[in-house]
Design a protein around this ligand. Sequence first.
Ligand code: TXA
Ligand code: MG
Length: 320
Amino acid sequence: MVASPRIVAADPPGIARAAELLCAGKLVAFPTETVYGLGADGFSAAAVERIFRAKGRPAANPLILHVASREMAASVCSAIDEDAARLMERFWPGPLSIVLPRAPGVPAVVSAGLATVAVRMPAHEVALSLVRACGRPLAAPSANSSGRPSPTLARHVLDDLGDRIDAILDGGPCRVGIESTVLDATRRPFRVLRPGGATVEAIEDVLGYRPEPAVDGSLASSPGTRFRHYRPTCRVRIFAPGAPPAPSGRDGVVVIGAPAPPCRLAVSLASPEELARRLYALFREADEAGVETLYVEAPGDEGIGRALRDRLTRAASEED
Ligand code: TXA
Ligand code: MG
């Protein structure tokens, strides 16, 4: 197979080319430690609008700005209080997006018209080099088409958006595998809008209190969580540790720390972290293999387990 010309190696010439495209208002997908992002110049309303069109993303769902320094973060929010600054110190670069008051220079379309903006510094050398080469923040949602699982490989981006974007920087598989934690720091107490790669336990360590959980479906919650998400085409069912189902030959089973019963897609993983890393790729593999029902072990609510349970519960929900 000939590689698509849209897939670019994430080496210095590839990153320089990607930065040129972004500065010209184009769309470039790039790797982060969580999932691949679909980047555009965060200061260009026209480029950001292109992201919404390419993904088929509802206009009411705001984007995260990706920065490469604390100074760049300060340039996109109008205030960073002491607690937010301590979270940046502890978690950045890393999988924590912090919602802060939006600076006047940031186009409203980035935040879907909200007075706030989500900001994060990704822990991936390619993402950081790209933002530095552009010299400005990159707006980037996950680089899937809206409603599909987030991409954790360049090929996933190609499958979803290949003909709608200008380049994909290939940085190999994402290390964390599920999206960043989104934390609302514009209200007291702080509130987790979306559990993710940064655990509430670690956030509590810094704040001295546990941030409130999201109020699901409410307007106060992360607008993105109201939309259909994280789901393969096949049916998803979750099961408790130690209670695997008896699958039919057309089903798939994903087990942590034990062998998987024989079936169409039998997967045995070492840990919840490995489940996070592979979950979205397994969703896609299940669809490619024609799996009818994918049974996935839901780990406990501690650490990364909280974010996994959130994604799995949404994937297993019959609602749209
Ligand atoms: O790990 C990640 O966060 C990845 C990588 C690429 O950085 N990005 C990502 O973006 O998952 P996206 O657009 O798929 O999800 C962003 C989430 C959505 O639920 C959105 O509603 C929420 O963040 N969000 C963004 N800005 C917000 C704001 N100003 N207020 C409340 N929620 C916000
Ligand atoms: Mg997304």
